[in-house]
Design a protein around this ligand. Structure first.
Ligand SMILES: Nc1ncnc2c1ncn2[C@@H]1O[C@H](COP(=O)(O)OP(=O)(O)OP(=O)(O)O)[C@@H](O)[C@H]1O
Length: 276
Protein backbone atom coordinates (compact mmCIF):
# COMPACT_ATOMS: atom_id res chain seq x y z
CA UNK A 1 0.00 0.00 0.00
CA UNK A 2 1.33 3.43 -0.87
CA UNK A 3 0.62 6.65 0.92
CA UNK A 4 0.98 10.17 -0.37
CA UNK A 5 3.81 12.19 1.13
CA UNK A 6 2.70 14.94 3.46
CA UNK A 7 3.52 18.10 1.53
CA UNK A 8 2.33 20.57 4.15
CA UNK A 9 5.77 21.73 5.04
CA UNK A 10 7.37 21.66 1.63
CA UNK A 11 6.91 24.39 -0.94
CA UNK A 12 4.85 23.12 -3.84
CA UNK A 13 6.94 22.49 -6.91
CA UNK A 14 6.18 23.06 -10.55
CA UNK A 15 6.48 19.36 -11.35
CA UNK A 16 9.43 17.59 -12.81
CA UNK A 17 8.73 16.55 -16.36
CA UNK A 18 8.06 19.77 -18.21
CA UNK A 19 4.35 19.03 -17.93
CA UNK A 20 1.94 21.95 -18.08
CA UNK A 21 0.92 23.37 -14.73
CA UNK A 22 -2.63 22.44 -15.67
CA UNK A 23 -3.93 20.33 -18.51
CA UNK A 24 -7.68 20.13 -19.06
CA UNK A 25 -8.66 17.37 -21.43
CA UNK A 26 -12.16 16.73 -22.73
CA UNK A 27 -13.61 18.32 -19.62
CA UNK A 28 -17.37 18.31 -19.40
CA UNK A 29 -20.14 18.99 -16.91
CA UNK A 30 -23.82 18.26 -17.38
CA UNK A 31 -26.59 19.58 -15.18
CA UNK A 32 -29.44 17.27 -16.16
CA UNK A 33 -29.95 17.80 -19.86
CA UNK A 34 -27.87 21.01 -19.90
CA UNK A 35 -24.20 20.68 -20.82
CA UNK A 36 -22.67 23.67 -19.02
CA UNK A 37 -19.14 22.68 -20.09
CA UNK A 38 -18.55 20.55 -23.18
CA UNK A 39 -15.35 18.80 -24.16
CA UNK A 40 -13.03 21.61 -23.08
CA UNK A 41 -9.29 21.06 -23.53
CA UNK A 42 -6.43 23.48 -23.01
CA UNK A 43 -3.10 23.74 -21.22
CA UNK A 44 -1.91 26.31 -18.72
CA UNK A 45 1.85 26.73 -18.84
CA UNK A 46 3.91 26.95 -15.64
CA UNK A 47 4.14 30.57 -14.55
CA UNK A 48 1.40 31.72 -16.95
CA UNK A 49 -1.15 34.41 -16.22
CA UNK A 50 -3.97 32.64 -18.00
CA UNK A 51 -7.49 34.07 -18.13
CA UNK A 52 -10.78 32.37 -18.98
CA UNK A 53 -13.38 34.70 -20.42
CA UNK A 54 -16.71 34.35 -22.18
CA UNK A 55 -20.14 35.91 -22.25
CA UNK A 56 -22.74 35.27 -19.56
CA UNK A 57 -23.57 31.59 -19.28
CA UNK A 58 -20.45 30.54 -21.20
CA UNK A 59 -19.52 28.06 -18.49
CA UNK A 60 -16.67 29.98 -16.82
CA UNK A 61 -17.80 29.44 -13.23
CA UNK A 62 -18.58 25.80 -13.90
CA UNK A 63 -15.16 25.27 -15.47
CA UNK A 64 -13.54 27.01 -12.51
CA UNK A 65 -15.37 24.68 -10.12
CA UNK A 66 -14.26 21.64 -12.14
CA UNK A 67 -10.63 22.75 -12.00
CA UNK A 68 -10.78 23.59 -8.29
CA UNK A 69 -12.54 20.32 -7.50
CA UNK A 70 -15.68 21.97 -6.16
CA UNK A 71 -17.77 20.07 -8.71
CA UNK A 72 -17.20 16.55 -10.07
CA UNK A 73 -16.66 16.40 -13.82
CA UNK A 74 -19.10 14.48 -16.00
CA UNK A 75 -16.31 13.81 -18.50
CA UNK A 76 -12.63 14.47 -19.04
CA UNK A 77 -9.56 14.97 -16.89
CA UNK A 78 -7.73 17.65 -14.93
CA UNK A 79 -3.96 17.15 -14.74
CA UNK A 80 -1.87 19.15 -12.28
CA UNK A 81 1.85 19.16 -13.17
CA UNK A 82 1.30 15.90 -15.02
CA UNK A 83 -0.69 14.17 -12.27
CA UNK A 84 -4.32 13.26 -12.74
CA UNK A 85 -6.28 15.03 -9.99
CA UNK A 86 -9.72 14.60 -11.54
CA UNK A 87 -10.96 12.36 -8.74
CA UNK A 88 -9.40 14.37 -5.93
CA UNK A 89 -11.44 16.60 -3.65
CA UNK A 90 -10.94 20.34 -3.57
CA UNK A 91 -9.07 19.96 -0.30
CA UNK A 92 -6.76 17.29 -1.69
CA UNK A 93 -6.04 19.46 -4.74
CA UNK A 94 -5.27 22.38 -2.47
CA UNK A 95 -2.76 20.24 -0.59
CA UNK A 96 -1.07 19.57 -3.91
CA UNK A 97 -0.79 23.29 -4.57
CA UNK A 98 -3.94 24.03 -6.59
CA UNK A 99 -5.50 26.78 -4.48
CA UNK A 100 -8.48 28.99 -5.17
CA UNK A 101 -9.76 32.25 -3.88
CA UNK A 102 -13.46 32.59 -3.32
CA UNK A 103 -15.85 34.95 -5.04
CA UNK A 104 -17.71 35.18 -1.75
CA UNK A 105 -15.31 35.96 1.00
CA UNK A 106 -14.18 33.21 3.33
CA UNK A 107 -12.22 35.53 5.62
CA UNK A 108 -12.56 35.67 9.39
CA UNK A 109 -14.05 39.15 9.58
CA UNK A 110 -13.32 39.78 13.25
CA UNK A 111 -9.67 38.74 12.89
CA UNK A 112 -7.04 41.16 11.65
CA UNK A 113 -5.53 40.97 8.19
CA UNK A 114 -2.35 39.60 9.74
CA UNK A 115 -4.25 36.99 11.76
CA UNK A 116 -6.15 35.82 8.69
CA UNK A 117 -2.87 35.23 6.90
CA UNK A 118 -1.33 33.69 9.99
CA UNK A 119 -4.14 31.15 10.18
CA UNK A 120 -3.33 30.06 6.62
CA UNK A 121 0.39 29.92 7.40
CA UNK A 122 -0.31 27.82 10.50
CA UNK A 123 -2.47 25.43 8.52
CA UNK A 124 0.30 24.97 6.02
CA UNK A 125 2.66 24.12 8.85
CA UNK A 126 0.10 21.83 10.46
CA UNK A 127 -0.28 23.80 13.70
CA UNK A 128 -3.95 24.72 13.49
CA UNK A 129 -5.94 24.02 16.64
CA UNK A 130 -2.99 24.93 18.86
CA UNK A 131 -2.09 28.26 17.33
CA UNK A 132 -0.50 30.03 20.27
CA UNK A 133 0.98 26.97 21.98
CA UNK A 134 3.62 26.63 19.30
CA UNK A 135 5.48 29.50 20.93
CA UNK A 136 8.88 28.63 19.58
CA UNK A 137 7.57 28.68 16.05
CA UNK A 138 5.39 31.72 16.50
CA UNK A 139 8.01 34.22 15.48
CA UNK A 140 8.84 32.35 12.28
CA UNK A 141 5.17 31.99 11.43
CA UNK A 142 4.55 35.68 12.04
CA UNK A 143 7.51 36.58 9.86
CA UNK A 144 6.06 34.46 7.09
CA UNK A 145 2.67 36.14 7.48
CA UNK A 146 4.31 39.56 7.39
CA UNK A 147 6.17 38.65 4.22
CA UNK A 148 2.86 37.80 2.54
CA UNK A 149 1.31 41.03 3.86
CA UNK A 150 4.10 42.96 2.21
CA UNK A 151 3.91 41.00 -1.02
CA UNK A 152 0.25 41.90 -1.26
CA UNK A 153 0.85 45.52 -0.26
CA UNK A 154 -1.25 45.12 2.87
CA UNK A 155 1.36 45.93 5.51
CA UNK A 156 -0.37 49.20 6.40
CA UNK A 157 -3.59 47.29 7.05
CA UNK A 158 -1.96 44.55 9.11
CA UNK A 159 -3.85 45.34 12.33
CA UNK A 160 -7.20 46.17 10.75
CA UNK A 161 -9.92 43.56 11.07
CA UNK A 162 -10.94 41.95 7.81
CA UNK A 163 -14.45 43.24 8.45
CA UNK A 164 -13.23 46.83 8.43
CA UNK A 165 -11.37 46.55 5.13
CA UNK A 166 -12.75 48.00 1.91
CA UNK A 167 -14.09 45.60 -0.69
CA UNK A 168 -10.91 45.90 -2.74
CA UNK A 169 -8.69 45.35 0.30
CA UNK A 170 -10.66 42.25 1.22
CA UNK A 171 -10.04 40.84 -2.23
CA UNK A 172 -6.36 41.59 -1.72
CA UNK A 173 -6.46 39.79 1.60
CA UNK A 174 -8.18 36.77 0.04
CA UNK A 175 -5.29 36.48 -2.39
CA UNK A 176 -2.86 36.90 0.49
CA UNK A 177 -4.53 34.08 2.41
CA UNK A 178 -4.34 31.85 -0.68
CA UNK A 179 -0.71 32.81 -1.28
CA UNK A 180 0.17 32.00 2.32
CA UNK A 181 -0.53 28.35 1.51
CA UNK A 182 2.32 28.51 -1.07
CA UNK A 183 0.29 27.43 -4.08
CA UNK A 184 1.89 26.38 -7.33
CA UNK A 185 -1.34 27.23 -9.17
CA UNK A 186 -3.55 30.05 -7.92
CA UNK A 187 -7.15 30.13 -9.14
CA UNK A 188 -8.77 33.55 -9.03
CA UNK A 189 -12.56 33.53 -9.25
CA UNK A 190 -13.89 36.81 -10.66
CA UNK A 191 -11.74 38.94 -8.37
CA UNK A 192 -12.93 42.22 -9.90
CA UNK A 193 -16.60 41.49 -9.19
CA UNK A 194 -18.03 44.46 -7.31
CA UNK A 195 -14.76 46.41 -7.42
CA UNK A 196 -14.50 50.08 -8.27
CA UNK A 197 -12.34 50.96 -11.29
CA UNK A 198 -9.64 52.22 -8.90
CA UNK A 199 -9.71 48.97 -6.93
CA UNK A 200 -9.54 47.00 -10.15
CA UNK A 201 -6.46 48.95 -11.22
CA UNK A 202 -4.85 48.28 -7.84
CA UNK A 203 -5.76 44.62 -8.12
CA UNK A 204 -4.17 44.50 -11.56
CA UNK A 205 -0.90 45.70 -10.05
CA UNK A 206 -1.22 43.08 -7.35
CA UNK A 207 -1.65 40.25 -9.89
CA UNK A 208 1.27 41.56 -11.93
CA UNK A 209 3.37 41.53 -8.76
CA UNK A 210 2.61 37.93 -7.77
CA UNK A 211 5.64 35.64 -7.59
CA UNK A 212 6.63 34.62 -11.12
CA UNK A 213 6.74 30.94 -10.21
CA UNK A 214 3.07 30.90 -9.20
CA UNK A 215 0.85 29.97 -12.13
CA UNK A 216 -2.34 32.03 -12.20
CA UNK A 217 -5.64 30.94 -13.74
CA UNK A 218 -8.14 33.76 -13.62
CA UNK A 219 -11.85 33.59 -14.44
CA UNK A 220 -13.01 37.12 -14.98
CA UNK A 221 -15.71 39.30 -16.53
CA UNK A 222 -13.71 42.51 -16.47
CA UNK A 223 -11.89 42.53 -19.79
CA UNK A 224 -9.71 45.50 -18.80
CA UNK A 225 -8.32 43.44 -15.94
CA UNK A 226 -7.97 40.37 -18.16
CA UNK A 227 -6.08 42.19 -20.88
CA UNK A 228 -4.05 44.05 -18.26
CA UNK A 229 -2.64 40.89 -16.71
CA UNK A 230 -3.07 37.87 -18.96
CA UNK A 231 -0.43 36.47 -21.27
CA UNK A 232 -2.81 33.76 -22.44
CA UNK A 233 -6.58 33.83 -22.78
CA UNK A 234 -9.13 31.05 -23.24
CA UNK A 235 -12.56 31.99 -24.53
CA UNK A 236 -15.59 29.86 -23.76
CA UNK A 237 -18.91 30.17 -25.52
CA UNK A 238 -22.05 28.19 -24.69
CA UNK A 239 -19.93 25.75 -22.69
CA UNK A 240 -17.50 25.10 -25.51
CA UNK A 241 -13.89 26.04 -26.02
CA UNK A 242 -13.80 28.73 -28.67
CA UNK A 243 -10.17 29.81 -28.67
CA UNK A 244 -7.00 29.81 -26.62
CA UNK A 245 -4.43 32.34 -27.69
CA UNK A 246 -2.40 35.32 -26.72
CA UNK A 247 -4.31 38.52 -25.97
CA UNK A 248 -3.77 39.97 -29.46
CA UNK A 249 -5.13 36.84 -31.14
CA UNK A 250 -8.18 36.93 -28.91
CA UNK A 251 -8.78 40.62 -29.50
CA UNK A 252 -8.52 40.11 -33.25
CA UNK A 253 -10.80 37.09 -33.42
CA UNK A 254 -14.10 37.63 -35.21
CA UNK A 255 -15.47 34.51 -33.57
CA UNK A 256 -14.76 35.96 -30.14
CA UNK A 257 -16.29 39.32 -31.00
CA UNK A 258 -19.40 37.59 -32.29
CA UNK A 259 -19.64 35.31 -29.28
CA UNK A 260 -19.69 38.37 -27.04
CA UNK A 261 -21.91 40.68 -28.94
CA UNK A 262 -23.53 38.68 -31.72
CA UNK A 263 -24.35 40.97 -34.57
CA UNK A 264 -23.95 44.15 -32.51
CA UNK A 265 -21.22 46.68 -33.01
CA UNK A 266 -18.06 45.14 -31.55
CA UNK A 267 -15.71 48.04 -32.18
CA UNK A 268 -15.40 48.98 -28.50
CA UNK A 269 -15.31 45.55 -26.95
CA UNK A 270 -11.55 45.22 -26.61
CA UNK A 271 -10.27 48.73 -26.23
CA UNK A 272 -6.57 49.25 -26.63
CA UNK A 273 -4.75 51.74 -24.42
CA UNK A 274 -5.02 55.36 -25.37
CA UNK A 275 -7.87 57.66 -26.18
CA UNK A 276 -11.06 55.80 -27.02
N1 LIG B 1 -25.84 24.18 -10.47
C1 LIG B 1 -26.38 24.37 -11.67
N2 LIG B 1 -27.49 23.71 -12.03
C2 LIG B 1 -28.05 23.87 -13.26
N3 LIG B 1 -27.54 24.67 -14.21
C3 LIG B 1 -26.42 25.34 -13.91
C4 LIG B 1 -25.79 25.24 -12.63
N4 LIG B 1 -24.69 26.04 -12.64
C5 LIG B 1 -24.64 26.61 -13.84
N5 LIG B 1 -25.67 26.21 -14.61
C6 LIG B 1 -25.93 26.61 -15.99
O1 LIG B 1 -24.76 26.30 -16.73
C7 LIG B 1 -24.51 27.30 -17.70
C8 LIG B 1 -23.13 27.88 -17.47
O2 LIG B 1 -23.17 28.60 -16.25
P1 LIG B 1 -21.86 29.27 -15.61
O3 LIG B 1 -22.32 29.92 -14.36
O4 LIG B 1 -20.79 28.27 -15.53
O5 LIG B 1 -21.51 30.34 -16.73
P2 LIG B 1 -20.63 31.66 -16.56
O6 LIG B 1 -19.86 31.78 -17.83
O7 LIG B 1 -19.87 31.61 -15.31
O8 LIG B 1 -21.76 32.75 -16.49
P3 LIG B 1 -21.72 34.20 -15.81
O9 LIG B 1 -20.73 34.97 -16.60
O10 LIG B 1 -23.11 34.70 -16.04
O11 LIG B 1 -21.35 34.02 -14.38
C9 LIG B 1 -25.63 28.33 -17.56
O12 LIG B 1 -26.63 28.01 -18.51
C10 LIG B 1 -26.13 28.11 -16.16
O13 LIG B 1 -27.50 28.45 -16.05
Amino acid sequence: MTSRPDTRDTPHTQGSSGAPALRLHGLGKDFGSLSAVKDVSFDVAPGARHAVIGPNGAGKSTLFALVAGALPATAGTVMLHGDDVTKLSEHARARRGLVRTFQHSSLFLSATARENILIAVQRRHGVQGQPWRAVTRRRALLAEADEVLEQLMLQDRSGATAGSLSHGERRQLEVAVALATRPSVLLLDEPAAGMSPADTMAFQELVLGLPAEVTVLLVEHDLDLVFGVADRVTVLHLGEHLLTGDPDEVRASDAVQHAYLGAEDTSELFLEDGPG
